[in-house]
Ligand binder design. Structure first.
Ligand code: SF4
Length: 294
């Protein structure tokens, strides 16, 4: 891809040229691995050119505000704390549509799960637990996985890893069983010494219809036991993919249905493919910013 966006950063991260001291600093995240799985070109722009949209997409913004509310619910033991947060966002001039939607979501969440909520009555082990653990050694050097676990909570003598997720459509159980993020996070938690039994995907709907919606269609929790076998397998596969992402791979595109609902780089991608790197960079320069390193 000599004349395209991908070629501008080819020097970046081949595993063959890493010195030992540098490789010790190598890390990845589920988000990086997942982006690479979707499309190597998308990964290249997001993680090697380090570009992200100037304006956070609505779905991500709602998702991160929901996380703030959930952290307050389970950390403060005060059901009024998230309500105060909503008031604060309103007074600070946050987009009123977001605040109204989140108010509807929080009201429904309290109605659905109530004061007997097992996540609330259970003993909390950790909240917003940031972690960094070394991925399995596949012979290519040390590589750490960084992430954050929303909630670890004891319910009926079992420790569960809880992830708060928002979305327009409720996921299917089988898709969640196949989803690697939580298996990988359970694996990471076990590496840290937490005897996690499984993961709970706590879903909240973000699509508000004009008709009355039942609480059952708006919220659902999916508890899934994760075996050691699947955790090891997923961790190993994730490591292989993380190294593949970081190595020189030519950043080939993977066009498909997912482009329309999961990619914010369509214009850049088309400009780079149809014309040249200059056109792609014009779009990147005006609509994207350099991603802050965490
Ligand atoms: S639009 Fe599709 S092919 Fe292009 S970068 Fe995005 S995911 Fe890849």
């Amino acid at each position: 891809m000599g004349d395209d966006v991908a070629s501008t950063c080819r020097h970046s991260t081949t595993r063959h040229i890493l010195r030992e001291s540098e490789s010790r600093l190598m890390h990845t995240s589920w988000s990086e691995i997942d982006t690479y799985r979707q499309c190597a070109f998308k990964h290249h722009v997001r993680y090697k050119l380090e570009k992200e949209p100037k304006r956070t997409p609505r779905s991500l913004q709602i998702g991160s505000m929901w996380h703030v509310l959930m952290e307050l619910v389970y950390d403060s033991n005060d059901l009024g704390a998230p309500v105060d947060q909503l008031k604060q966002w309103r007074s600070e001039g946050q987009d009123p549509e977001y605040v109204e939607l989140l108010t509807w979501m929080l009201d429904g969440y309290y109605e659905k799960w109530g004061v007997g909520d097992p996540l609330w009555t259970g003993e909390v082990e950790a909240i917003e637990l940031e972690f960094e653990v070394e991925l399995p050694d596949i012979g290519w050097g040390p590589l750490n996985l960084k992430g954050a676990i929303d909630l670890l909570v004891w319910i009926d003598n079992r420790l569960w890893l809880v992830d708060h997720k928002t979305g327009a459509e409720k996921p299917k159980t089988q898709d969640l069983e196949l989803a690697d993020q939580w298996t990988l996070y359970v694996w990471a938690a076990r590496q840290l010494g937490y005897e996690v039994f499984g993961s709970v995907h706590s879903y909240a709907k973000t699509r508000k219809l004009k008709r009355t919606m039942t609480l059952e269609e708006r919220f659902e929790r999916f508890p899934i036991h994760r075996t050691d076998h699947e955790c090891e397998k997923v961790a190993r596969e994730a490591t292989i993919q993380a190294w593949a992402a970081k190595s020189e791979n030519g950043a080939p595109r993977s066009p498909g249905d997912h482009c329309h609902f999961r990619c914010d780089l369509i214009d850049v991608c088309i400009a780079d493919r149809r014309y040249d790197e200059r056109m792609a960079h014009q779009i990147l320069d005006t609509e994207f910013k350099t991603r802050e390193r965490k």
